[in-house]
Design a protein around this ligand. Structure first.
Ligand SMILES: Cc1cc2nc3c(=O)[nH]c(=O)nc-3n(C[C@H](O)[C@H](O)[C@H](O)COP(=O)(O)OP(=O)(O)OC[C@H]3O[C@@H](n4cnc5c(N)ncnc54)[C@H](O)[C@@H]3O)c2cc1C
Length: 372
């Protein structure tokens, strides 16, 4: 639990709080007053994060990373997010993702440049609902010929290659690394989502890539995707818990001011108490799931529980804080208005809440997995 972390994790937590206060919050303030553009701020976050040791937490030791475990990453995300910073995602460098443990030629051509920051990768998983067929590859000698589409690739306009999930003949699904400048690859659309992030939709028309760009073997694609999404899910839960703690602190300040000005109604106190209960439970579930993961136990269901509860709690807490705070909180740049949009996205990205609920039921009823 967060109160009884071993000393090395308490140290990580303290450093994360210092980093948020010394780097992230001043940058946020400068950007808000117009003194810094978004890209320059991101670069400063990356440089400061490298110096502080956060940037390489997600990277293997072979590439100079510290290979921090799940609990260390959860502690860091929770602590940083509790200051409600911007550019939280930029604090952490690229991890290997679905390219973890690949051999040659993928190791030199994609994994190493990715971890060294020379190339940027996208995650090509989601398909358009109205796609004519699922993205697929046919073998042609030593090559694959790929056709299809991916609809929602985060930072798609900036990437050099896309790890793309597809059917390979009738052998099963696999990720294939595709350079975005290959003939036949086109960006159909670049768009933003309400949390301020940018994405792109890609189309593949008879794109030829060497068959050696298949990650692992066909049939391993979905398990790799689920592992990758599962890892990021717990970090999203940690971010949601941290930001929810920030909202509670913000709301507490607001209610204390109201108290001094004449008192807080019983009905408002009731709602405030309920929100505190939810955040307490969300944080407890997060650390329990992280500890279970650290033991090497299967913790897919516990990660799902933490993600769904934490992101839904954040949404509720933000919504109520706006309601109790009044119209000022709906000005476009107000932190609660920004969080309102960000928290809405978190209930969809890395697994829709209802789809994850169905996965929970399947885990227990069909696979006998999951603890209570
Ligand atoms: C900010 C953001 C970033 C993203 N980044 C990426 C990225 O980098 N790469 C990528 O590949 N994707 C990305 N996505 C896409 C994301 O993974 C999908 O939006 C998400 O998985 C939901 O899929 P969908 O949008 O196709 O909705 P759908 O799956 O079509 O779901 C829509 C509705 O159908 C219901 N539903 C869906 N499946 C089932 C089921 N099996 N049983 C019952 N009901 C079901 C849901 O409850 C929901 O109400 C991103 C999304 C967001 C919002």
């Amino acid at each position: 639990m967060p109160e009884s972390l071993p000393p090395e994790f308490q140290q990580i937590e303290a450093v994360a709080h210092d980093f948020a206060r010394a780097v992230l919050l001043p940058l946020k303030e400068r950007a808000a007053s117009g003194g810094l553009d978004d890209e320059a701020a991101r670069q400063q976050v990356i440089e400061a994060s490298k110096a502080a040791g956060f940037f390489r937490m997600t990277q293997p030791a072979e590439y100079g990373g510290s290979e921090a475990g799940t609990l260390a990453l959860v502690v860091t995300h929770d602590a940083l997010a509790s200051h409600n910073p911007r550019w939280l995602a930029d604090v952490f460098g690229p991890g290997p993702g679905v390219l973890a443990n690949v051999g040659e030629p993928l190791k030199s051509a994609y994994l190493a440049p990715l971890l060294e920051g020379h190339k940027r990768a996208g995650f090509g998983f989601t398909e358009r609902d109205d796609a004519p067929h699922y993205t697929r590859a046919e073998r042609d000698g030593d090559e694959l010929i790929i056709s299809g589409q991916k609809s929602y690739v985060t930072r798609g306009a900036e990437i050099d290659f896309l790890n793309t999930l597809m059917e390979v003949g009738d052998e099963g699904r696999a990720f294939v690394a595709i350079d975005t400048d290959r003939p036949g690859v086109s960006q159909e659309r670049v768009f933003g989502s309400i949390d301020g992030t940018q994405h792109a939709a890609f189309k593949f028309e008879n794109v030829r890539v060497p068959a050696s760009h298949i990650v692992g073997v066909p049939g391993e694609g979905m398990p790799k995707a689920m592992r990758q999404i599962g890892n990021t899910r717990l970090m999203m839960a940690a971010e949601a818990v941290g930001r929810a703690r920030w909202v509670i602190a913000h709301l507490t300040g607001h209610l204390r001011r109201l108290e001094q000005a004449g008192g807080v109604k019983e009905s408002v106190r009731l709602r405030y108490g309920e929100l505190r209960i939810k955040v307490y439970v969300a944080r407890s579930a997060l650390y329990r799931a992280a500890r279970l993961d650290a033991t090497g136990e299967n913790s897919v269901n516990e990660g799902i529980a933490a993600k769904v509860f934490a992101t839904e709690t954040l949404s509720e807490v933000v919504d109520e804080a706006i309601q109790l705070g009044g119209g000022a909180a709906l000005e476009t740049d107000h932190p609660l208005a920004v969080l309102y949009n960000e928290s809405r996205v978190m209930r969809v990205a890395e697994g829709l809440s209802d789809v994850l609920r169905l996965n929970m039921a399947r885990g227990a009823l069909d696979l006998g997995k999951g603890t209570l």
